[in-house]
Design a protein. Structure first.
Length: 251
């Protein structure tokens, strides 16, 4: 079953536009969990323009599903992850000022040794590791040599080209990339711009997909039909059953 991890960054963006604590990121996460999502994702950035470090601690304190922290592995991010000890850390190559993730790691660039040591440290702390990658066979093999647990396939180009011949070509590349990853012992996640229209084809084609992380489009849909109904709609699009998680008691 493909697990749905809801990225709550956009909830924090809306809150930060006004100040205060409305909408409440923790309450939004609770709503998503009650609706059946399998995990919560956050992507804290150095400028704290959406999720703050305090949000990460507050979410960790109430989490009853898998917690995925993604981001660029700067010193503060590494310290945060080691303090929180989430289920999974997803490393992305975003420089500090980038608006959103727009490419996977280039593991040919000399970053491999540094990332390898970092992955080892996270794994020793009991944290599952994932690297954000394009569907490139050489990059996937390099991720395996670095001993990452999983890769997260960057689906932005697929989403942009969905419904066109180019989209079919990109989808085929993702299918082959996932097959290679599974064959050499890597788990496969995916994320970026997936929505209710393009998810079913992706979930059908990319065999063995373990998790998708969705934020912007899911929160956008929730403005129209509500957060609970939206989470359930995405689970249906994935062909996945809701998680059965007891609601955490409030302190």
């Amino acid at each position: 079953m493909i697990r749905l991890s809801v990225n709550v960054n956009k909830i924090a963006t809306l809150r930060n536009a006004r100040g205060g604590n409305i909408p409440d990121v923790v309450e939004a996460a609770r709503t998503c969990i009650a609706a059946g999502c399998h995990g919560i994702t956050v992507h804290p950035r150095p400028d704290a323009r959406h999720i703050t470090f305090q949000d990460v601690f507050d979410l960790a304190a109430m989490m009853t599903v898998e917690f995925n922290i993604e981001g660029y592995p700067g010193a503060e991010f590494i310290d945060l992850v080691m303090r929180v000890r989430p289920t999974q850390v997803t490393l992305v190559p975003d420089p500090p000022g980038v608006l959103t993730s727009n490419a996977g790691w280039n593991l040919r660039s000399g970053a491999a040794d540094w990332l390898g040591d970092l992955l080892t440290g996270f794994k020793k702390a009991g944290i599952r590791t994932s690297l954000f990658l394009d569907p490139d066979a050489d990059q996937i093999r390099r991720a395996r040599k670095l001993e990452a647990d999983r890769i997260e396939l960057y689906t932005g180009p697929y989403a942009q080209a969905f419904g066109t011949p180019a989209g079919k070509t990109i989808l085929a590349a993702h299918r082959e990339a996932a097959l290679l990853a599974r064959t050499i012992g890597l788990g496969v996640n995916a994320g970026h711009d997936l929505d209710l229209k393009n998810i079913p084809a992706y979930a059908t084609a990319v065999k063995g997909l373990q998790e998708v992380s969705i934020g912007h489009t899911l929160v956008s849909d929730a403005l129209y039909i509500g957060l609970t109904r939206t989470v359930k709609a995405y689970l249906k699009a994935l062909g996945s059953k809701p998680a059965r998680v007891k609601r955490a008691k409030r302190k």
